[in-house]
Ligand binder design. Structure first.
Ligand code: PMP
Length: 450
C-alpha cells in the first residue's frame, strides 16, 4: 500500500482500497494518492465524485469530450458494435465502418485532404504524420528530406517523434538524444504585445518568418515538414497571431516543405469549425486528430493527408505494401462506431456552428476575470479560455497552484492548470448559464487562493 489511502469497502472496483499499483501519467503520484480526486460517473456537462457531488466539466475531460458525457446515441453505438464485431485486423483485412468513418472525416477536412490513416491517440498521430512526411519524400526521390521543424511551446504528445518536435523541456530532457535533425520555430507568445487580446492577437505574424532563417541554416532540401498546433493548447492556450498561419503556409510553399497541423485539440469543433485550418483559411498538407473524434469515449487518433501525398504511395507495383506503419488497433471497430455516432451528434446538434455563436459570450464572460488578484493575461478562442496568473514568488507560486487545484475540486469544477495558466475548454454543449457558473467558480477560486 505504501501510504496510499483506501477509499471504501474492498471488492468495489470503482472504489478500491489500494491505490498503489496504478502509476498515474503526468501526475505527482505521491501527493495525489495522499489526497486523491476520484471520479465515478459522468453525464452531459458533469462528473460525479464517489459521494455523488457534481463537478462541472470545464475541460471536456482532457480537451476531448466535445459532445458531452455519456450521450445515449454514442453509448448505444459502442454497445451494438461490441456485440456485432468486437475486433478485426486492419492489416490485409478491413471492415465497412472503418471506410465509412474515414469518408466522414475526409468530408470535414478542408481542400483535398481526403485520405485518413487511423491510430489510437494524439501521440501516435504525431509520430505517424512525421513518418508519413519522411516516407513521402522517399517516394519523391528526396529521401534526404528528413528534418522536421517544430515550435517552442509545442505539444505533440509523448512519442519520441512528438517530444522531439515538441517544445516542452520537461517532456524532453531526460529521454536521451531524441529524433535527430529537429529544429524549432519560436513560440508566438509575447505578453507585452498581446496581453488581454481576445481571439487571435494582432501582433506576431512576422514570427513565422523565422522559418526562412531555419531554411537558410539547414537548406530546404533537408527539411521534410513543419509541424505546429494552430492554437498551442497544452502550453497555456496561445491563439495564433493574425496572419501567422498563412505566412507559414507561404514559406512552406516557397521551399516545398510539408505543413502539418496538429489538430488534436482544435479538431472537431473547439474553434467553431471542424478543423482550425478552416477557421484560418489555410490548407495544410497533413492534419493530425484524436480526442474529439470519439468525444473521448474510445481511444482513436488519425492522420488526414492531401491527395498527392496519398497518391504518391499508390504508384508502385500493386502487391507491394505502401507504408510499413500501423497499429494493431488502427481503425478499431469500437472506436469507429464511437466516431460515427459522435460525428452524427456534432452534425445533428450543429455543435460547431453553435460554438461560433457562443464564442463572443464566452469571451465576454472570461474577460470579467480581468482585474482579479494575480491575473496577468486572459486569452480566448472558440470555446477555449485561459487565465494566466503571475508566477512571481510573492504571487501564486507552485504551492498556490496546488491550492488552486484543490480549490477548483472543492468548488465543483474541473479545469486544467498548466504552468501558470488555467485552461478551460468545456464540452461544446455548454449552456450560457453554465458558462456563467464556470467563470464564477474560477473567480471564487482565484480570490480564495489570493
Ligand atoms: N497533440 C496535441 C496538440 C495535444 O494536445 C495532445 C494531447 N493533449 C497530443 C498531441 C497527444 O495526444 P494523446 O495524449 O492522445 O497521445
Amino acid at each position: 500500500m505504501s501510504g496510499a489511502r483506501g477509499l471504501t469497502a474492498a471488492n468495489d472496483v470503482s472504489a478500491p482500497n489500494d491505490l498503489s499499483a496504478w502509476w498515474l501519467p503526468f501526475t505527482a503520484n505521491r501527493a495525489f494518492k495522499a489526497r486523491p480526486r476520484i471520479i465515478t460517473r459522468a453525464k452531459d456537462m458533469h462528473y460525479y465524485t464517489p459521494e455523488g457531488k457534481p463537478i462541472i466539466d470545464g475541460s471536456a475531460g482532457l480537451w476531448c469530450v466535445n459532445a458531452g458525457h455519456n450521450r445515449d446515441s454514442i453509448v448505444s453505438a459502442i454497445q451494438a458494435q461490441a456485440a456485432e464485431l468486437d475486433f478485426a485486423p486492419a492489416f490485409q483485412f478491413a471492415h465497412g465502418i472503418g471506410f465509412t468513418v474515414a469518408s466522414r472525416i475526409a468530408e470535414l477536412a478542408p481542400g483535398d485532404l481526403d485520405h485518413v490513416f487511423f491510430c489510437n491517440s494524439g501521440s501516435e498521430a504525431a509520430d505517424t504524420a512525421i513518418k508519413i512526411a519522411m516516407a513521402y519524400w522517399h517516394t519523391q526521390g528526396q529521401g534526404q528530406r528528413t528534418r522536421v521543424i517544430g515550435r517552442e511551446r509545442g505539444y505533440h504528445g509523448v512519442g519520441f517523434g512528438g517530444i522531439s518536435v515538441g517544445g516542452i523541456s520537461a517532456n524532453r530532457k531526460v529521454f536521451g538524444t531524441l529524433l535527430s535533425g529537429v529544429d524549432h520555430l519560436p513560440h508566438t507568445y509575447n505578453r507585452a504585445e498581446q496581453a488581454f487580446s481576445r481571439g487571435e492577437p494582432e501582433w506576431g505574424a512576422h514570427l513565422a518568418d523565422d522559418l526562412e532563417r531555419i531554411v537558410a541554416l539547414h537548406d530546404a532540401s533537408t527539411i521534410a515538414a513543419v509541424i505546429v498546433e494552430p492554437m498551442a493548447g497544452s502550453t497555456g492556450v496561445l491563439p495564433p497571431p493574425k496572419g501567422y498561419l498563412k505566412r507559414l503556409r507561404q514559406i512552406c510553399d516557397k521551399f516545398g516543405i510539408l505543413l502539418i497541423f496538429d489538430e488534436v485539440i482544435t479538431g472537431f469543433g473547439r474553434t467553431g469549425f471542424a478543423f482550425a485550418a478552416e477557421r484560418y483559411g489555410v490548407v495544410p498538407d497533413i492534419i493530425t486528430f484524436a480526442k474529439g473524434v470519439t468525444s473521448g469515449t474510445v481511444p482513436m487518433g488519425g492522420v488526414i493527408v492531401r491527395k498527392h501525398i496519398h497518391d504518391a504511395f499508390m504508384t508502385g507495383p500493386e502487391h507491394i505494401i505502401e507504408l510499413f506503419h500501423g497499429y494493431t488497433y488502427s481503425g478499431h471497430p469500437l472506436a469507429c462506431a464511437a466516431a460515427l455516432a459522435t460525428l452524427d451528434v456534432y452534425r445533428d446538434e450543429n455543435l460547431f456552428e453553435r460554438t461560433r455563436q457562443l464564442e463572443d459570450k464566452w469571451a465576454d464572460a472570461f474577460f470579467t476575470l480581468k482585474g482579479l488578484p494575480n491575473v496577468i493575461d486572459i486569452r480566448t478562442l472558440g470555446l477555449v479560455g485561459a487565465v494566466e496568473l503571475s508566477s512571481r514568488p510573492d504571487a501564486v507560486g507552485k504551492r498556490g497552484f496546488e491550492a488552486m487545484e484543490r480549490g477548483f475540486h472543492e468548488h465543483g469544477i474541473m479545469v486544467r492548470t498548466t504552468g501558470d495558466t488555467i485552461a478551460v475548454s468545456p464540452p461544446l454543449i455548454v449552456t450560457e448559464d453554465q458558462i456563467g457558473e464556470i467563470v464564477d467558480k474560477i473567480a471564487t477560486t482565484i480570490r480564495a487562493v489570493a
